[in-house]
Ligand binder design. Sequence first.
Ligand code: BG6
Ligand code: MG
Length: 211
Amino acid sequence: MNYQGIIFDLDGVLCSTDEYHYQAWKGLADSLGLAFDRQKNNRLRGVSRMASLDIVLEDYPEPLAEAEKLALAEQKNESYKRLLTRMSPADLPEAVKSTLLALRARGLKLAIGSSSKNTPFILRQLGLDGFFDAVSDGNHISRSKPDPEVFLKAAQMLGLKPVDCLVVEDAVAGAEAGHRGGMDVACVGDAAQAKAGEYNLASVSGLLEIV
Ligand code: BG6
Ligand code: MG
């Protein structure tokens, strides 16, 4: 398949912010006396902040008012952002950086398709501000993955048809979003283990063998 564009998920694909998400949710769950482990964390991959909170609160003994939920989501996001301030361009793995540059040198258009509202901040921390041809993120969408909205918007921003784009994902929900948008999906990490993509890769550098 001759792809013209590649749309990258951010958290867990280009950088290990998925670990920071885990730590921040774990801190919130601990403070509420709720069980939270890495298996549960995998269900939050690709999912919006409020939908993630609903999963974290599944075993909470009583229903919470919307205002209380917003306050808990804000509490989690504050501790997550504190972790993000420690990030620097050194947190962009060398293999990811060289793969991005090699893909661009092959003439492919490169975009971000992430559910995260913190995307602009993370890209700045990684030294990737202005690098991508398009950035579609949680600030531009009303429906989170597995809805295809964020990827369709990225393809549109690139000026490409969805069928000409390849999505790269670490989340099963994200792979489903790519497929629902009519795109092929290359998976890494958790989604690759679940064999959720047309391609299930050991690392992002594997992209160089398929495009
Ligand atoms: C996705 C992550 O990229 O962004 C999810 O995989 C996260 O785990 C979602 O919940 C929303 O992120 P944020 O930064 O807007 O809270
Ligand atoms: Mg991800």
